[in-house]
Design a protein around this ligand. Structure first.
Ligand code: MG
Length: 390
């Protein structure tokens, strides 16, 4: 990094990625690398947001709605914006160089498009942007490399593929730890509790993505993300079960060489790589201990992960189908976490909603949000039907 500070806006500042990004920024600053936090946004955790805004001397913040805005103004004299429009405003501020979009959910698509249109570097952690709006996002890019992925598998692919000519690549692999229920008899999954599903063997993450890791819906999303981000055909993106979660992605080349990216399962590493790209700065947030490190890779088993295949198929179908899959998953995961539906109903619910959906091509963000609403309504109806039949 040069001596001029990097000016960042962090959307989703109080979530798992947001708080780790702020940790990375604290550590970079201690090491003498100037990073200015210009804007922060969070949904409803007003007190936590106010504390961060105070610590980083941030003058502009975004919150979910007017109630949160009033509460925040009572605590701190800052400029407050609200909702999706507020996120878009912060993502396109003239004095921001880099936008970290770590918002959870479909609402993250709009600020992604706003940041790209405004020419910002977009450190992208919001999966939904590419999952539900892949075509729009790719079209909105104003230059090569404008999106720097934060998701660990895509950060790995980005780092490897940046050094290669596309013609040299045979196929890419992203890895999956296999989630909380790897190796478990699918017949026993009807009885699992939210607490069991939330106990991810390797990564500490937010609740929705942890459940999505158990069902492997997260991995299907990641295949869809990779397809759009790296313009890769579906049949050249593979998934490997890799329980140690030290290798995040591999690239097989035409000549038989395989390049892999390894790092500890610590999101601060891809976050720091995205913030400082293309530079590599110390201190490292964590280091891999190589002696004695054993790595295994297995093919993805078909049976235990039905939701993976439904969501992947929705991605291949394209149009509004992935938005519907994402919306249904969001509602069904929430219903599972609040113990309204059993674990296997996440997968059966997604399949049911998708089979009722007629995908149409996506022309603008409104058609995506309309499909998102439709998917949510359908999934809520499934949850309600289950609740009334118990
Ligand atoms: Mg990932």
């Amino acid at each position: 990094m040069s001596s001029a500070p990097l000016r960042v806006a962090i959307l989703g500042a109080t979530g798992s990625i947001g708080t780790q990004a702020l940790d990375v920024i604290r550590s970079l600053r201690r090491a003498g690398h100037p990073v200015a936090v210009v804007a922060l946004a969070a949904g409803r955790r007003v007190d936590a947001l106010a504390a961060l805004a105070r610590e980083f001397a941030v003058g502009r913040v975004g919150v979910a709605g007017p109630t949160e805005a009033d509460r925040l103004r009572d605590i701190l004299p800052v400029e407050v914006v609200t909702g999706r429009e507020g996120l878009c405003h912060l993502a396109s501020l003239p004095d921001v160089d880099l936008v970290l979009n770590a918002v959870v959910g479909a609402v993250g698509l709009a600020p992604t498009l706003a940041a790209l249109a405004a020419g910002k570097v977009l450190a992208l952690a919001n999966k939904e942007s590419l999952v539900i709006g892949g075509d729009l996002v790719v079209r909105a890019c104003r230059r090569e490399g404008q999106i720097v992925p934060v998701d660990s598998e895509h950060a790995a692919l980005f780092q490897i593929l940046s050094a290669l000519d596309p013609g040299e690549v045979e196929r890419v692999w992203i890895t999956a730890s296999g989630g909380a229920f790897r190796g478990r008899d699918p017949a026993t999954l009807a009885a699992v509790t939210p607490a069991e599903a939330l106990a991810h063997p390797v990564w500490a993450m937010g609740p929705r993505i942890t459940i999505d890791s158990a069902t492997l819906v997260n991995k299907a999303f990641e295949v869809i993300e990779a397809h759009h981000l790296f313009a890769l055909p579906w049949d050249r993106i593979g998934v490997l079960i890799h329980p140690q979660a030290r290798v995040h992605a591999l690239v097989e080349l035409r000549d038989g060489t395989v390049l892999a990216q390894l790092s500890p399962p610590d999101m601060r590493i891809p976050i720091q790589a995205a913030l400082t790209h293309p530079a590599r700065l110390s201190p490292a947030p964590a280091r891999l201990s190589l002696p004695g490190l054993a790595l295994t890779f297995e093919p993805l088993p078909v049976d235990p992960y039905p939701a993976f295949w439904s969501v992947l198929e929705a991605g291949r179908r394209g149009g509004t189908a992935p938005a519907v899959a994402n919306a249904a998953d969001e509602v069904l995961v929430e219903a599972f976490l609040s113990e309204k539906i059993p674990y296997p109903a996440i997968a059966t619910g997604i399949a049911e909603v998708l089979s009722a959906h007629e995908s149409v091509p996506v022309h603008d963000i409104d058609s995506i949000y309309a499909a998102d609403n439709w998917g949510r309504e359908m999934a809520r109806a499934i949850v309600a039907r289950r609740a009334s039949s118990v």
